[in-house]
Write a protein that binds this ligand. Structure first.
Ligand code: HDE
Length: 698
């Protein structure tokens, strides 16, 4: 077994004995408590600085097997990135069952109240490449692997409950259109280009999803503040073989929250890893994110009476129609040890289901059941990827599959088939997986259910369920994206669909683009229904009213009021929020009590987009200095433009003035330490939305 690489135990640098080589190079030589560096064959290495040469200045020798092994391995470090969801971030945790669901499902994970099942979750963006930015406007993947006692169950979901297309055969077209255009190789991680909107405008089934992706759901504040959905209708099967339809929901305990678009644009530059870092930091700090698993359970009678087809993944079942039953919680409490081994090599598959769960005929789900295994063979290079620790079940498993590339989990003995006479097993079991005996018959056709053809009613329902602020964001997003589309006819074609969704929205988007309102697109199905709003669909109207899990950024300088600072830190801690200090120098500052304190960020590396609310605690001298610093002026100007709550002291007020901040109900002047708690209470509203219309004139 390869040793784990030794870790630094403190912030002190490792004290390895250092020698200089003849060329001045540094040699760190192993000591008694440090293992020797070896090749992969275990051969100890004496010199990791120089390749083998003829003479000091001569050619490198082919004979240098140590050099060749090192470079050979390095050359092959990369594996193909995922064709979609390439950029992801994973963490470990557990799922805890609240109560037995034995009456509904035989799934072992749901049998015993209080039982904990190990879990691994990978969040992702869809369209961008592995190295793209976290704040791309995009759907987020929310893939959960539950290592149950009866095998691995993957719920491979997204943070949006509907999808673009109704049939898996359209997936390659959708993804080709969304990703970078093939001739130029850009734009990446963006839907704001001609090919994407061309495809959408020619695929009216995607219009409901288009409304969702233009909403704030696609620019989440972090993974911790978003919902997850299994999207398709699945089945739960109980011990008597009875089937109940189910839709899976993950509800974040911290509530939902998104950033605003201008903030997302700036975050991508300030910290392209903003979401990764957020999850990493929260888990490392012991602030474990949590989601509740919600089930929407229904039967055939409901499926028959529902105005849409339950097999159509472009439609939701509103929570108000079928309430969500919360049956357990998912807690992420451990970061990965190795990104590649876990986050990169994890393989989720919609067909990884366990006894007690089954599929429906959703044509998107049926197609996915082929795609995931297929793509994983390409990506991970061998059928044996299931033996990697991150993918292997944690329950006993015995199969007669064998051999293949990289077979490192090899059974012993003579028996590799069944039935056999050797009496050693493994054998079939009555407890094993059984497919639900659904009756299906019909003509062999390339077709879909009739109700699939209503493309607009739920898009309208989604729009009218939003708060005014969110409706404005949807309008702004359409205008932004379509302004990047270069072909006027494509812009107009998208708007022609919006006319069927909501005339006012269509008119506002047309105005924003500076075009005339086009005629309505011809609907595939004449009836467009005015469905009642679904209040659960708004983020803003369901705000948690808490600053818990959020981050306060405090801009400080030498002479900053120490008592006020301490009061703000205490008030934030009381709310369960984090605090970061931003100063002119990262080495620190001397507060008014004469104590030196380190800062987390230097002012040009800690813009206010990194924080949910900000406070400005500058001394008079600090204010004079930072008034001259563009990034300090941006710090407050951006916080103001992004509708954030801002606390300031009398001394710091001139900086706000210079940055063009006009004090309003979201800007609080701190008279003294006693105001800190009041400010944090204000922050619990998350944003001062009233300000937004006043700072956006275009
Ligand atoms: Fe995926 N999808 N998908 N997808 N998907 C993949 O599998 C595919 C769809 C989702 O963190 C791929 O291992 C098809 C819906 C997530 O590793 C691939 C269709 C939903 C992840 C694939 C869909 C998803 C993937 C690429 C249309 C939400 C990342 C790499 C029928 C319910 C999992 C891989 C991770 C990944 C195919 C549609 C979610 C190519 C054919 C709908 C979260 O197999």
């Amino acid at each position: 077994m390869a040793d784990k690489h030794p870790e630094l135990k403190s912030a002190e640098l490792a004290d390895a004995s250092i020698h200089r080589g003849p060329g001045g190079e540094t040699h760190q030589v192993a000591s008694d408590d440090m293992p020797a560096l070896t090749s992969r064959q275990g051969i100890p290495i004496s010199d990791n600085q120089n390749s083998l040469k003829t003479g000091r200045r001569g050619p490198t020798l082919m004979e240098d097997f140590l050099f060749r092994e090192k470079i050979f391995h390095f050359d092959h470090e990369r594996i193909p990135e995922r064709v979609v969801h390439a950029r992801g971030f994973g963490a470990h945790g557990f799922f805890e069952t609240y109560e037995s669901l034995a009456d509904i499902t035989a799934a072992d994970v749901f049998q015993r109240a209080g039982e904990r099942t190990p879990a691994f979750v990978r969040f992702s963006t869809v369209a961008g490449n592995k190295g793209s930015s976290d704040l791309a406007r995009d759907v987020r993947g929310f893939a959960v692997k539950l290592y149950t006692k009866e095998g691995n169950w993957d719920i491979v979901g997204n943070n949006i409950p509907v999808f673009f297309i109704q049939d898996a055969i359209k997936f390659p077209d959708l993804i080709h259109a969304a990703k970078q255009e093939p001739d130029r190789g850009f734009p990446q991680a963006q839907t704001a280009h001609d090919n994407f909107w061309d495809f959408i405008s020619l695929m009216p089934e995607s219009i409901n999803m288009a409304l969702w992706i233009m909403s704030d759901r696609t620019i989440p504040r972090s993974f911790r503040f978003m919902e997850g959905f299994g999207v398709h209708t699945f089945r739960l099967i109980n011990a008597d073989g009875k089937s109940t339809y189910v839709k899976f929901h993950w509800k974040p305990k911290l509530g939902m929250q998104s950033v605003v678009w201008n903030e997302a644009v700036k975050l991508n530059g300030a910290d392209p890893d903003f979401h990764r870092r957020d999850l990493w930091d929260a888990i490392q700090a012991g602030d474990y994110p949590e989601w509740e698993l919600g089930l929407q359970l229904f039967d055939d009678a409901f499926a028959d009476e529902f105005e849409f087809d339950i097999l159509d993944a472009t439609k939701i079942i509103p929570e108000e129609r079928v309430p969500i039953r919360r049956v357990g919680r998912l807690v992420l409490d451990r970061t990965v040890d190795n990104f590649f081994a876990e986050t990169e090599q994890v393989a989720f598959h919609t067909a990884n289901i366990v006894p007690g769960v089954d599929f429906t005929n959703d044509p998107l789900l049926q197609g996915r059941n082929f795609s995931y295994l297929d793509t994983q063979l390409k990506r991970l290079g061998t059928t044996n990827f299931t033996d990697l620790p991150i993918n292997a079940p944690k329950c006993p498993f015995h199969s007669f599959t064998q051999d293949g590339h990289m077979a490192f989990n090899n059974p012993r003995g003579r028996v590799n088939y069944e039935p056999n006479s050797w009496g050693t097993g493994p054998r079939e079991t009555p407890k094993g997986f059984r497919s639900f005996a659904a009756e299906d018959a019909g003509e062999k056709r390339r077709a879909r259910g009739e109700l699939f053809a209503d493309h607009y009613s739920q898009a309208r329902q989604f729009y009218v369920s939003q708060s005014e602020i969110e409706q404005t964001h949807i309008k702004d997003a359409f205008v932004f994206e379509l302004s990047k589309v270069e072909t006027p006819a494509i812009r107009a074609r998208v708007v022609s669909h919006l006319v069927n969704v909501d005339k006012t929205l269509a008119q506002m988007v047309a105005d924003g683009l500076g075009i005339k309102l086009p005629a309505a697109a011809e609907p595939a199905r004449e009836v467009i229904t005015d469905l009642p709003p679904s209040p659960a669909l708004s983020i803003v109207n369901n705000a948690p009213g808490s600053f818990k899990g959020r981050k306060l950024g405090i801009l400080v300088s030498d002479g900053a009021d120490a008592k006020l600072l301490a009061a703000l830190e205490a008030a934030a801690a009381q709310q369960g929020a984090m605090v970061e200090l931003i100063a002119p120098k990262v080495g620190g500052f001397t507060a008014s009590d004469g104590k030196q304190r380190p800062a987390k960020q230097k002012v040009n590396g800690g813009p206010s987009v990194l924080y949910d609310a900000v406070a400005v605690l500058l001394s008079q001298e600090g204010t004079l200095q930072l008034q001259q610093e563009a990034t300090a002026r941006d710090f407050v100007a951006d916080a103001f433009a992004h509708a954030k709550f801002i606390a300031t002291t009398k001394e710091a007020a001139p900086l706000l003035e210079k940055a063009g901040v006009e004090p309003d109900g979201g800007v609080m002047s701190l008279g003294g330490p006693k105001d800190a708690e009041r400010f944090l209470e204000l922050c619990a509203q998350l944003r001062f939305w009233e300000r937004e219309p006043k700072v956006h004139a275009v």
